[in-house]
Design a protein around this ligand. Structure first.
Ligand code: CTP
Ligand code: MG
Length: 243
């Protein structure tokens, strides 16, 4: 049943896909287990989601051979007792991992936030805003930012430019992406083909996706330079915000 605007007490869960290797980051431990300011990226991401008032349950999707390691890691980093944290094994693709995370949700969950472990510094206010938009009745919500670069469309065979989309109509989207659970589940059970986010699966169902303001600090740690930026943001927060 679709969520109505009156439902303000919906149970909200976060699914955190963390099963990727982080190939673009270069050789080393799986990306989610690398540290920022001495704390694993995954722990930062889990903390951000548990700090969100709406979120009562977090499902972490771990590398298939790393479930025990992730459990030990989370146990050793003092996460809030009041929030239920579950760990499941992930899959080959991000989509597979999210689907496996969704399968671990208890029946009462009605709103799902899907958040990349690779976005450890997402501000908690942004998480709350995404959750609030879904709880207010939007079936699918993504945080997005205007682009700074001009984007070209190319012919992949020749790299020749075939077009320049109007930048003012584009948004770079982040996570957490928030969904009415039934809508997201339907997307994950019916849409096939490779995608890079959950909202695009929901779009293929013909369901409207709403963009809300994203945040620069919700960037995805993808390449080595992102680690430098993330360390700097974290150091500034620790110096100024008692983070
Ligand atoms: N992810 C996952 N399962 C996979 C692949 C990715 O849970 N099979 C997760 C990653 O752990 C990450 C998020 O999806 O938190 C976003 O993916 P991305 O930034 O691409 O991370 P990786 O796939 O790990 O990085 P790369 O593509 O550079 O290998
Ligand atoms: Mg990837």
């Amino acid at each position: 049943m679709p969520i109505s605007a009156k439902d303000t007490n919906l149970t909200t869960a976060a699914v955190i896909p963390a099963a990727g290797r982080g190939v673009r980051l270069g050789p080393g431990a799986p990306k989610a287990l690398r540290t920022l300011g001495g704390v694993p990226i995954l722990v930062h991401a889990v903390r951000a989601m548990t700090r969100a008032r709406a979120v009562s349950l977090v499902v972490v999707v771990a590398p298939p051979d790393g479930v025990a390691e992730v459990r030990a890691l989370l146990d050793s980093h003092g996460l809030p007792e009041a929030k239920d944290i579950r760990i499941v094994a992930g899959g080959e693709s991000r989509q597979d991992s999210v689907r496996l995370g969704l399968a671990a949700l208890p029946d009462e969950v009605e709103v799902v936030l899907v958040h990349d472990a690779a976005r450890p510094l997402v501000p908690v206010d942004m998480v709350d805003a995404v959750a609030a938009a879904v709880r207010d009745g939007a079936p699918a919500v993504v945080p997005g930012l205007p682009l700074v670069d001009t984007v070209k469309e190319i012919d992949p065979a020749t790299e020749a430019v075939v077009g320049t989309p109007d930048r003012s109509l584009l948004r770079a989207v982040q996570t957490p992406q928030g969904f009415d659970r039934a809508t997201l589940l339907k997307a994950h059970t019916t849409v096939t083909g490779a995608v890079t986010d959950d909202a695009s699966m929901v779009e293929r169902l013909g369901v409207q996706v709403l963009v809300v303001p994203g945040h620069e600090e919700a960037f995805k740690v993808t390449r080595p330079l992102d680690l430098v930026l993330a360390e700097a943001v974290l150091a500034r927060r620790r110096a100024t915000d008692d983070y």
